[in-house]
Design a protein around this ligand. Sequence first.
Ligand code: PLP
Length: 368
Amino acid sequence: MINFLDLKKINAQYRTEIVDAMTRVLDSGWYIMGTELAKFEKAFSQYCGVKHCIGVANGLDALVLVLRAWKEMGLVKNGDEVIVPSNTYIASILAITENGLKPVLVEPDENTFNISTENIIKNISDKTKVILPVHLYGLACPMAEINEIAKKHNLLVLEDCAQAHGAEINGKKVGSWGNAAGFSFYPGKNLGALGDGGAITTDDDELATTLMALRNYGSHIKYENKYIGVNSRLDELQAAILNIKLNYLEQENCKRRAIADQYLAGISNISVILPTIPEDPLTHTWHLFVIKATDRTKLQEFLSIKNDIQTLIHYPIPPHKQSAYVQYKDLNLPISEKLHNQVLSLPMDPTLSSEKILKIIEKINSFN
Ligand SMILES: *Cc1c(COP(=O)(O)O)cnc(C)c1O
């Protein structure tokens, strides 16, 4: 069996260091908002090239809290519109509706899977306040263009970096392009904890201060509450594990890139459309290697049943067709609907051997 992702194997590489870190936290007697979190926030802000990193409980909260903070700061109000890609993971959209804001679902570029800048422009109204680009599957969005649009229309930019830790544009990391960015450290992400975790990055001092209160009951000073906040903190155990795994992120992203290169060079079945190779200056961290196949169901079954190769679909149902969002079911989003019917994610795991990748390539090439 070739697994889609073997988290046990990935984390076993760092077992000794992780166990040491967990023991250190256990023995410290301090489990929330301590030195491990402070160390991680400093390291991750430096890695991303920003002034502030604020650890939170998960990636969804990271996005929710930035929008919430902008409301507290008077920059966004109930009913304002947020432009978001129509083919993203549901969390990007949940963060918007959770805040009483209106998601404006914008179609992606069919080749890159990322939000189309032309479609962003077409969807700007006088209610638009935020653009929420998602670096989907690990490919950086054209942030220079997006920032230019935002500047022209006086909009805020919130990057969803949950799938793209370490991706760059012109050597500048995602998470440092927008007014703020949300990251997830869900175990399966390129930088994954051993549980839930998330972070916000920003250069904005006022936003950072607001967020540090919001994540901690709305309190800057113990027992004094400025906001109706939440409890959304990155705990010491997860922060300690992330402090170790951050050291290996570049190396793991390199391995992902090598696997992607092997797939791109090897897959030659004409019924399969390969992901577009990122165009300079955008880079791809290959969180997922997503192909398109018109005969997706047959191909997926051929790989799993006949050949023991596990593939996944990201995502089978577009957000506007989810029962949670019936009000959007009649939106005309043909590109998203087509993509949701065709996308298939091949195994992508930094510990996969090149022999296994070769086998996957061979099997795909033999499918007809
Ligand atoms: C994983 C993910 C999130 C949410 O992160 P969690 O930590 O699971 O809450 C948000 N946006 C995108 C694009 C994601 O892939």
